[in-house]
Write a protein that binds this ligand. Structure first.
Ligand SMILES: C[S@@+](CC[C@H](N)C(=O)[O-])C[C@H]1O[C@@H](n2cnc3c(N)ncnc32)[C@H](O)[C@@H]1O
Length: 377
Protein backbone atom coordinates (compact mmCIF):
# COMPACT_ATOMS: atom_id res chain seq x y z
CA UNK A 1 0.00 0.00 0.00
CA UNK A 2 1.32 3.42 -0.96
CA UNK A 3 1.62 5.89 1.91
CA UNK A 4 1.89 9.02 -0.29
CA UNK A 5 -1.86 9.57 -0.89
CA UNK A 6 -2.53 8.89 2.80
CA UNK A 7 0.05 11.50 3.88
CA UNK A 8 -1.29 13.99 1.34
CA UNK A 9 -4.87 13.45 2.58
CA UNK A 10 -3.73 14.07 6.17
CA UNK A 11 -1.95 17.29 5.13
CA UNK A 12 -5.06 18.44 3.21
CA UNK A 13 -7.27 17.72 6.21
CA UNK A 14 -4.99 19.78 8.49
CA UNK A 15 -5.01 22.67 6.05
CA UNK A 16 -8.81 22.58 5.80
CA UNK A 17 -8.93 22.75 9.61
CA UNK A 18 -6.95 26.00 9.50
CA UNK A 19 -3.31 24.90 9.75
CA UNK A 20 -1.12 27.35 7.78
CA UNK A 21 -0.17 25.74 4.47
CA UNK A 22 3.62 25.79 5.06
CA UNK A 23 3.05 23.70 8.20
CA UNK A 24 0.33 21.43 6.74
CA UNK A 25 2.64 20.60 3.81
CA UNK A 26 5.23 19.15 6.21
CA UNK A 27 2.82 16.31 7.02
CA UNK A 28 2.76 15.31 3.33
CA UNK A 29 6.56 15.50 3.09
CA UNK A 30 7.58 13.55 6.21
CA UNK A 31 6.37 9.92 6.29
CA UNK A 32 4.89 9.40 9.77
CA UNK A 33 4.81 5.60 9.49
CA UNK A 34 8.62 5.44 9.31
CA UNK A 35 8.73 6.66 12.92
CA UNK A 36 6.19 4.23 14.34
CA UNK A 37 6.88 0.84 15.95
CA UNK A 38 5.33 -2.37 14.64
CA UNK A 39 2.94 -2.49 17.60
CA UNK A 40 1.06 0.62 18.73
CA UNK A 41 -2.25 1.57 20.35
CA UNK A 42 -4.89 4.02 19.09
CA UNK A 43 -6.75 6.60 21.16
CA UNK A 44 -9.44 4.05 22.02
CA UNK A 45 -6.65 1.62 23.10
CA UNK A 46 -7.07 -0.59 19.99
CA UNK A 47 -3.84 -2.47 19.32
CA UNK A 48 -2.37 -2.25 15.80
CA UNK A 49 0.23 -4.82 14.79
CA UNK A 50 2.06 -4.27 11.52
CA UNK A 51 2.83 -7.96 11.04
CA UNK A 52 -0.82 -8.99 11.53
CA UNK A 53 -2.47 -6.32 9.34
CA UNK A 54 0.03 -4.08 7.53
CA UNK A 55 -2.61 -2.17 5.52
CA UNK A 56 -4.62 -1.23 8.63
CA UNK A 57 -1.43 -0.33 10.52
CA UNK A 58 -0.44 2.03 7.69
CA UNK A 59 -3.91 3.55 7.41
CA UNK A 60 -3.98 4.30 11.13
CA UNK A 61 -0.54 5.94 10.91
CA UNK A 62 -2.09 8.66 8.72
CA UNK A 63 -5.18 9.33 10.82
CA UNK A 64 -5.34 12.35 13.09
CA UNK A 65 -4.93 10.51 16.33
CA UNK A 66 -2.32 10.13 19.04
CA UNK A 67 -0.71 6.70 18.79
CA UNK A 68 0.74 5.21 21.94
CA UNK A 69 4.17 3.79 21.16
CA UNK A 70 5.33 2.83 24.65
CA UNK A 71 3.49 1.85 27.84
CA UNK A 72 4.61 1.72 31.49
CA UNK A 73 8.03 3.24 30.58
CA UNK A 74 8.72 0.11 28.53
CA UNK A 75 8.38 -2.28 31.50
CA UNK A 76 6.43 -5.54 31.32
CA UNK A 77 3.52 -6.33 33.60
CA UNK A 78 2.29 -2.76 34.16
CA UNK A 79 -1.21 -1.25 33.92
CA UNK A 80 -0.70 -0.20 30.29
CA UNK A 81 -0.27 3.50 31.12
CA UNK A 82 0.94 5.38 28.00
CA UNK A 83 4.50 6.69 28.52
CA UNK A 84 5.39 7.70 24.96
CA UNK A 85 3.40 8.41 21.83
CA UNK A 86 3.31 10.05 18.46
CA UNK A 87 0.99 12.96 19.26
CA UNK A 88 -2.08 13.61 17.12
CA UNK A 89 -1.00 15.42 13.93
CA UNK A 90 -3.50 18.24 14.55
CA UNK A 91 -1.95 18.75 18.01
CA UNK A 92 1.55 18.89 16.50
CA UNK A 93 0.26 21.35 13.90
CA UNK A 94 -1.26 23.47 16.70
CA UNK A 95 2.02 23.56 18.59
CA UNK A 96 4.11 24.31 15.49
CA UNK A 97 1.69 27.14 14.64
CA UNK A 98 1.70 28.49 18.20
CA UNK A 99 5.52 28.52 18.18
CA UNK A 100 5.56 31.14 15.37
CA UNK A 101 8.77 29.71 13.97
CA UNK A 102 10.59 31.89 11.45
CA UNK A 103 13.33 31.05 8.94
CA UNK A 104 16.74 31.05 10.62
CA UNK A 105 15.36 30.03 14.03
CA UNK A 106 16.95 27.36 16.18
CA UNK A 107 14.42 25.11 17.94
CA UNK A 108 14.77 22.80 20.93
CA UNK A 109 12.20 20.06 21.38
CA UNK A 110 11.68 18.43 24.78
CA UNK A 111 10.40 14.84 24.43
CA UNK A 112 11.71 13.23 21.22
CA UNK A 113 9.41 10.18 21.48
CA UNK A 114 9.30 8.64 18.01
CA UNK A 115 11.29 11.46 16.40
CA UNK A 116 8.46 12.35 14.01
CA UNK A 117 7.96 15.87 15.38
CA UNK A 118 11.73 16.45 15.27
CA UNK A 119 11.61 15.34 11.61
CA UNK A 120 8.85 17.88 10.89
CA UNK A 121 10.99 20.59 12.52
CA UNK A 122 14.02 19.45 10.51
CA UNK A 123 12.01 19.57 7.28
CA UNK A 124 10.88 23.10 8.20
CA UNK A 125 14.19 24.60 9.29
CA UNK A 126 17.02 22.25 8.36
CA UNK A 127 18.21 19.61 10.82
CA UNK A 128 21.24 21.67 11.87
CA UNK A 129 18.82 24.11 13.53
CA UNK A 130 17.03 21.44 15.58
CA UNK A 131 17.89 19.70 18.84
CA UNK A 132 15.64 17.26 20.65
CA UNK A 133 15.94 15.70 24.11
CA UNK A 134 14.49 12.37 25.25
CA UNK A 135 14.73 11.05 28.79
CA UNK A 136 14.39 7.40 27.73
CA UNK A 137 17.64 6.19 26.14
CA UNK A 138 16.02 3.33 24.22
CA UNK A 139 13.40 5.62 22.67
CA UNK A 140 16.09 8.18 21.79
CA UNK A 141 18.19 5.52 20.00
CA UNK A 142 15.19 4.30 17.99
CA UNK A 143 14.16 7.86 17.12
CA UNK A 144 17.71 8.80 16.08
CA UNK A 145 17.89 5.75 13.78
CA UNK A 146 14.49 6.56 12.23
CA UNK A 147 15.48 10.20 11.73
CA UNK A 148 18.77 9.31 10.08
CA UNK A 149 17.08 6.71 7.84
CA UNK A 150 14.58 9.36 6.74
CA UNK A 151 17.49 11.72 5.97
CA UNK A 152 17.33 14.05 9.00
CA UNK A 153 20.23 14.55 11.41
CA UNK A 154 19.10 16.82 14.25
CA UNK A 155 20.94 16.70 17.58
CA UNK A 156 19.20 13.87 19.51
CA UNK A 157 20.27 14.03 23.15
CA UNK A 158 19.49 11.54 25.92
CA UNK A 159 18.73 13.26 29.20
CA UNK A 160 16.24 15.17 31.28
CA UNK A 161 14.95 17.97 29.09
CA UNK A 162 14.41 20.09 32.20
CA UNK A 163 18.18 20.28 32.75
CA UNK A 164 20.28 18.92 29.91
CA UNK A 165 22.84 20.63 27.64
CA UNK A 166 22.32 20.36 23.87
CA UNK A 167 24.00 21.43 20.65
CA UNK A 168 23.49 25.18 21.17
CA UNK A 169 23.49 27.19 24.41
CA UNK A 170 20.41 29.14 23.32
CA UNK A 171 17.40 28.70 21.06
CA UNK A 172 14.77 30.96 19.56
CA UNK A 173 12.01 28.49 20.38
CA UNK A 174 11.45 25.62 22.82
CA UNK A 175 8.59 23.21 22.16
CA UNK A 176 7.83 20.74 24.95
CA UNK A 177 5.81 17.67 24.08
CA UNK A 178 5.25 16.66 27.71
CA UNK A 179 3.22 18.50 30.36
CA UNK A 180 4.77 20.54 33.17
CA UNK A 181 3.22 22.40 36.08
CA UNK A 182 6.52 24.15 36.90
CA UNK A 183 8.19 25.66 33.84
CA UNK A 184 11.91 24.85 34.33
CA UNK A 185 14.39 27.74 34.77
CA UNK A 186 16.62 26.02 32.31
CA UNK A 187 14.12 26.71 29.53
CA UNK A 188 14.04 30.40 30.41
CA UNK A 189 17.85 30.44 30.37
CA UNK A 190 18.01 28.74 26.98
CA UNK A 191 15.59 31.06 25.24
CA UNK A 192 17.25 33.68 23.18
CA UNK A 193 16.28 37.35 23.35
CA UNK A 194 12.54 37.63 23.01
CA UNK A 195 12.05 33.94 22.21
CA UNK A 196 9.04 31.73 22.85
CA UNK A 197 8.40 28.58 24.86
CA UNK A 198 5.41 26.46 23.81
CA UNK A 199 4.43 23.88 26.40
CA UNK A 200 1.47 21.89 27.66
CA UNK A 201 0.95 23.24 31.18
CA UNK A 202 -1.25 22.10 34.04
CA UNK A 203 -2.17 24.15 37.10
CA UNK A 204 -1.87 21.11 39.36
CA UNK A 205 1.06 18.68 39.40
CA UNK A 206 -0.06 15.31 38.06
CA UNK A 207 -3.69 16.34 37.50
CA UNK A 208 -5.62 15.31 34.38
CA UNK A 209 -5.87 17.78 31.49
CA UNK A 210 -3.98 20.97 30.79
CA UNK A 211 -3.66 23.95 28.48
CA UNK A 212 -1.43 24.98 25.60
CA UNK A 213 0.80 27.72 27.01
CA UNK A 214 2.83 29.81 24.56
CA UNK A 215 5.14 31.89 26.78
CA UNK A 216 7.10 34.86 25.44
CA UNK A 217 10.20 36.12 27.22
CA UNK A 218 9.17 39.63 28.27
CA UNK A 219 12.30 40.27 30.36
CA UNK A 220 15.35 38.01 30.81
CA UNK A 221 13.71 36.71 34.02
CA UNK A 222 10.08 36.51 33.02
CA UNK A 223 8.04 34.54 30.47
CA UNK A 224 4.39 35.25 29.93
CA UNK A 225 1.50 34.37 27.63
CA UNK A 226 -2.18 33.70 27.15
CA UNK A 227 -3.40 30.10 26.96
CA UNK A 228 -4.53 28.70 23.61
CA UNK A 229 -7.16 26.14 24.55
CA UNK A 230 -6.99 22.86 26.35
CA UNK A 231 -4.30 20.31 25.64
CA UNK A 232 -3.71 16.94 27.31
CA UNK A 233 -0.22 15.43 27.09
CA UNK A 234 1.69 12.90 29.14
CA UNK A 235 3.69 14.38 32.03
CA UNK A 236 7.36 15.24 32.01
CA UNK A 237 8.82 12.35 34.00
CA UNK A 238 10.20 14.51 36.80
CA UNK A 239 6.85 16.23 37.32
CA UNK A 240 4.57 13.21 37.44
CA UNK A 241 2.52 13.14 40.62
CA UNK A 242 4.69 11.13 43.02
CA UNK A 243 1.83 9.61 44.98
CA UNK A 244 -1.86 8.89 44.60
CA UNK A 245 -3.82 11.75 46.17
CA UNK A 246 -7.22 10.01 45.93
CA UNK A 247 -8.88 9.58 49.33
CA UNK A 248 -8.90 6.03 50.70
CA UNK A 249 -12.23 4.36 49.77
CA UNK A 250 -13.05 3.93 53.47
CA UNK A 251 -11.89 7.41 54.63
CA UNK A 252 -14.40 8.66 57.23
CA UNK A 253 -16.24 11.84 56.24
CA UNK A 254 -16.25 14.80 58.67
CA UNK A 255 -18.94 16.71 56.73
CA UNK A 256 -21.81 15.14 54.80
CA UNK A 257 -24.76 16.68 53.00
CA UNK A 258 -27.19 15.75 50.25
CA UNK A 259 -27.67 18.25 47.46
CA UNK A 260 -30.27 18.53 44.69
CA UNK A 261 -29.01 17.26 41.33
CA UNK A 262 -25.80 15.47 40.55
CA UNK A 263 -22.84 17.12 42.36
CA UNK A 264 -20.39 15.31 40.07
CA UNK A 265 -21.56 17.29 37.05
CA UNK A 266 -18.81 19.96 36.76
CA UNK A 267 -16.12 17.32 37.15
CA UNK A 268 -17.50 15.05 34.43
CA UNK A 269 -17.15 17.80 31.82
CA UNK A 270 -13.51 18.19 30.70
CA UNK A 271 -13.76 21.95 29.88
CA UNK A 272 -15.51 22.82 33.16
CA UNK A 273 -13.13 20.83 35.30
CA UNK A 274 -10.18 22.43 33.49
CA UNK A 275 -11.65 25.88 34.20
CA UNK A 276 -12.15 24.97 37.85
CA UNK A 277 -8.52 23.94 38.13
CA UNK A 278 -7.46 27.26 36.56
CA UNK A 279 -9.48 29.18 39.14
CA UNK A 280 -7.71 27.68 42.14
CA UNK A 281 -4.48 25.68 42.38
CA UNK A 282 -3.74 22.59 44.40
CA UNK A 283 -6.55 20.15 43.82
CA UNK A 284 -7.04 17.22 41.55
CA UNK A 285 -9.86 14.80 40.83
CA UNK A 286 -10.73 11.41 39.45
CA UNK A 287 -13.44 8.75 39.44
CA UNK A 288 -13.84 5.52 41.33
CA UNK A 289 -16.47 2.76 41.55
CA UNK A 290 -17.99 1.90 44.93
CA UNK A 291 -18.80 -1.78 45.39
CA UNK A 292 -22.44 -2.33 44.44
CA UNK A 293 -22.95 1.21 43.02
CA UNK A 294 -24.40 1.69 39.54
CA UNK A 295 -22.28 4.77 38.81
CA UNK A 296 -18.79 5.86 39.86
CA UNK A 297 -18.28 8.67 42.34
CA UNK A 298 -16.01 11.65 41.69
CA UNK A 299 -13.27 12.27 44.24
CA UNK A 300 -11.55 15.58 44.82
CA UNK A 301 -8.26 15.77 46.69
CA UNK A 302 -5.96 18.57 47.74
CA UNK A 303 -2.38 18.15 46.55
CA UNK A 304 -1.21 20.33 49.46
CA UNK A 305 -2.95 18.81 52.50
CA UNK A 306 -5.08 15.82 53.44
CA UNK A 307 -8.42 17.35 52.42
CA UNK A 308 -10.72 15.38 50.15
CA UNK A 309 -14.31 15.02 48.94
CA UNK A 310 -16.47 12.30 47.44
CA UNK A 311 -19.37 13.33 45.17
CA UNK A 312 -22.02 10.68 44.49
CA UNK A 313 -24.59 10.44 41.67
CA UNK A 314 -27.46 10.33 44.22
CA UNK A 315 -26.53 13.82 45.55
CA UNK A 316 -24.42 12.75 48.57
CA UNK A 317 -21.40 14.97 49.22
CA UNK A 318 -18.82 13.77 51.75
CA UNK A 319 -15.80 15.80 52.79
CA UNK A 320 -12.81 15.33 55.05
CA UNK A 321 -9.80 17.42 56.12
CA UNK A 322 -9.37 21.08 56.98
CA UNK A 323 -10.16 22.48 53.51
CA UNK A 324 -13.74 22.14 52.30
CA UNK A 325 -12.94 21.52 48.65
CA UNK A 326 -16.54 21.50 47.46
CA UNK A 327 -17.14 24.94 49.01
CA UNK A 328 -13.94 26.20 47.42
CA UNK A 329 -15.16 24.96 44.05
CA UNK A 330 -18.56 26.63 44.54
CA UNK A 331 -16.93 29.97 45.45
CA UNK A 332 -14.56 29.71 42.51
CA UNK A 333 -17.46 28.99 40.17
CA UNK A 334 -19.47 32.00 41.46
CA UNK A 335 -16.42 34.20 40.87
CA UNK A 336 -16.09 32.79 37.35
CA UNK A 337 -19.75 33.57 36.62
CA UNK A 338 -19.30 37.12 37.94
CA UNK A 339 -16.38 37.62 35.51
CA UNK A 340 -18.68 36.85 32.55
CA UNK A 341 -17.88 33.13 32.28
CA UNK A 342 -14.47 33.56 30.63
CA UNK A 343 -13.14 30.69 28.50
CA UNK A 344 -9.68 29.16 28.88
CA UNK A 345 -8.24 31.53 26.27
CA UNK A 346 -8.88 34.58 28.49
CA UNK A 347 -6.52 33.15 31.10
CA UNK A 348 -2.74 33.21 30.92
CA UNK A 349 0.43 32.50 32.83
CA UNK A 350 3.46 34.47 34.03
CA UNK A 351 6.60 32.59 35.09
CA UNK A 352 9.14 34.53 37.17
CA UNK A 353 12.54 32.94 37.27
CA UNK A 354 13.87 34.82 40.29
CA UNK A 355 11.20 33.78 42.75
CA UNK A 356 10.09 30.58 41.00
CA UNK A 357 6.63 32.10 40.96
CA UNK A 358 3.88 31.08 38.54
CA UNK A 359 0.89 33.37 38.30
CA UNK A 360 -2.36 32.61 36.52
CA UNK A 361 -4.17 35.73 35.36
CA UNK A 362 -7.38 36.73 33.64
CA UNK A 363 -7.27 39.07 30.62
CA UNK A 364 -3.79 40.38 31.44
CA UNK A 365 -0.85 39.98 33.84
CA UNK A 366 -2.17 42.87 35.98
CA UNK A 367 -5.22 40.77 36.99
CA UNK A 368 -3.74 37.85 38.92
CA UNK A 369 -6.14 35.05 39.85
CA UNK A 370 -3.60 33.12 41.93
CA UNK A 371 0.12 32.77 42.34
CA UNK A 372 2.23 29.89 43.64
CA UNK A 373 5.92 29.40 44.25
CA UNK A 374 7.05 26.25 42.53
CA UNK A 375 10.54 24.89 42.88
CA UNK A 376 11.82 25.17 39.33
CA UNK A 377 14.54 22.71 38.31
C1 LIG B 1 4.03 12.67 23.81
S1 LIG B 1 5.61 11.92 23.77
C2 LIG B 1 6.51 12.83 22.57
C3 LIG B 1 6.02 12.84 21.18
C4 LIG B 1 7.09 13.16 20.21
N1 LIG B 1 7.40 14.55 20.14
C5 LIG B 1 6.80 12.54 18.84
O1 LIG B 1 6.61 13.24 17.89
O2 LIG B 1 6.76 11.34 18.75
C6 LIG B 1 6.39 12.56 25.25
C7 LIG B 1 7.83 12.12 25.38
O3 LIG B 1 8.45 12.93 26.37
C8 LIG B 1 9.43 12.14 27.01
N2 LIG B 1 9.80 12.80 28.26
C9 LIG B 1 9.10 12.85 29.43
N3 LIG B 1 9.76 13.59 30.32
C10 LIG B 1 10.88 14.05 29.72
C11 LIG B 1 11.95 14.87 30.14
N4 LIG B 1 11.99 15.38 31.37
N5 LIG B 1 12.94 15.14 29.26
C12 LIG B 1 12.90 14.62 28.00
N6 LIG B 1 11.92 13.83 27.56
C13 LIG B 1 10.90 13.56 28.40
C14 LIG B 1 8.73 10.79 27.16
O4 LIG B 1 9.66 9.74 27.39
C15 LIG B 1 8.00 10.69 25.83
O5 LIG B 1 8.77 9.99 24.89
Amino acid sequence: MDYVPLAQALADQLQQQGTPSHIARLFARVPRHRFLPDVMWGQDRTRYDRTEDPAEWLRIAYTDQALTTQRDDGRDGGMGVPSSSSSAPSVMARMLTAARIEPGHRVLEIGTGTGYHAALLSALLGAESVATVEIDGGLADTARAALYTAGYTPDVVVGDGELVETRYPTYHRIIATCTVSAVPWRWLEQIRGRGRIVTPWSPTPGAPGGVLAPLDMVTPDRAEGRFEGSLAFMWARGQRWPGQPAPAPDARAEHTETVAGDPREPWLDGERSLLLSLLRPGWTHGMRMEPGAAEPYVWLASTECESWARLHADGRVEQGGRRLLVEEARMAWLWWEAQGRPGVDRFGLTVDRDQGRQTVWLDGPQHAVWSVHRQLP
